[in-house]
Design a protein. Structure first.
Length: 349
């Protein structure tokens, strides 16, 4: 059984019989975890091991764990500061900001890998134009060159920990005020402006070897009438052909309002996203919708997508107790705590 094209969620802290049956569906390829799935570090590790043991190749286990506002697990995990902090530090000292950013990427990833989570959907490559509350301090900076440089350092830290990186939200979510979770945002800029600014971090990260990209549920109406995640223009012509991206394309959550233009039926949304160029679609917080999508994908099979998805499995083994006793973990947590509390401090490492 290969990895299917659908990633979904589970309701609680343990697998129910219904969960097990759904996760064995051939079109399932992964599970995304949320805060509700966490009770303790030990419980979470046991849950992930049970998910991984269900199938071979094992299902991908993922989480949104960027840091700042978007950090699903807190107790027993280090606090990861929001990306904006690293942009502020960059304005003081470029090199040391890159070092701290790489350390943060490593810390985020290594603590998840110690529980056998395959990957986190990070880093954010959006620009901070000061208009999007849903992005805001999740962005490293407003200058695309700085975003690319710091995101590269973050990705290097993730790679050091054995985790693949996912850049989001292609081609850029930062220039619209509307939140695609609750609205259908429209970005009226022309392609040349988007390419020169918002796409620059994606283009550079692709050159650095970025493993995966998540497109935005935003309509760029001067380029296509469909949101980027459902648009062959954005995914096939621009991302695959023009930018030569060879990694995984994950849809954003199909239960978001920004995805509603692709159809009322979730099976229609899933098919549209896959036909547009996505390798895997996310259907979160709506089990009925997830099952509808699974049961109506027919004989869908994409061997190239299977190969891409297999590369998202985490690499290496990490023992949590040994990690916490290591000098590297202690030094990195000390650095991040110090500069999170006061980003204006002079660097001393």
């Amino acid at each position: 059984m290969s990895l299917g094209p659908v990633m979904l969620d589970i309701a609680g802290t343990v697998l129910s019989d219904e969960d097990r049956a759904v996760l064995l569906h051939p079109h399932v390829g992964g599970v995304i975890l949320f805060t509700r799935n966490f009770e303790s570090v030990e419980q979470l590790h046991a849950l992930i091991r049970e998910i991984h043991a269900l199938r071979e190749p094992r299902l991908l286990v993922s989480v949104d764990h960027e840091g700042g506002r978007v950090q699903r697990f807190r107790d027993g995990f280090s606090h990861i500061p929001p990306a904006r902090l690293f942009g502020q530090l960059y304005e003081q000292d470029h090199q040391k900001a890159r070092v701290l950013t790489r350390q943060a990427g490593w810390l985020m990833a290594i603590e998840l890998r110690a529980l056998e989570i395959d990957f986190s959907f990070a880093p954010v490559l959006d620009l901070d134009y000061g208009v999007s509350n849903v992005i805001g301090d999740r962005a490293f900076h407003h200058k695309p060159e700085i975003v690319a440089e710091l995101a590269h350092a973050w990705m290097q830290g993730m790679a050091d920990a054995g985790m693949a990186a996912t850049g989001k939200h292609f081609p850029g979510h930062g220039a619209v005020a509307a939140d695609s979770h609750h609205a259908i945002p429209v970005d009226g800029r022309d392609y040349n402006e988007i390419y020169a600014h918002d796409i620059l971090p994606f283009r550079r990260m692709i050159g650095y070897g970025l493993s995966a990209i998540m497109p935005a549920h935003i309509i760029y109406d001067n380029i296509d009438r469909l949101p980027a995640g459902f648009s062959p223009v954005w995914l096939k012509q621009i991302l695959r052909e023009r930018l030569q991206f060879q990694g995984v394309i994950f849809s954003d959550d199909l239960d978001m309002e920004g995805a509603s233009v692709a159809g009322e039926q979730y099976s229609d949304r899933a098919r549209s996203a896959l036909q547009a160029g996505c390798d895997m679609v996310l259907v979160c917080n709506n089990r009925t919708a997830a099952v509808e999508a699974l049961d109506n994908l027919g004989e869908y099979n994409d061997p190239v997508a299977h190969l891409r998805l297999a590369r998202m499995h985490g690499r290496g083994e990490v023992e949590r107790q040994q990690l916490h006793s290591s000098s590297q973990w202690r030094q990195v947590t000390e650095h991040l705590d110090k500069y999170s509390a006061n980003p204006t401090l002079a660097f001393d490492f």
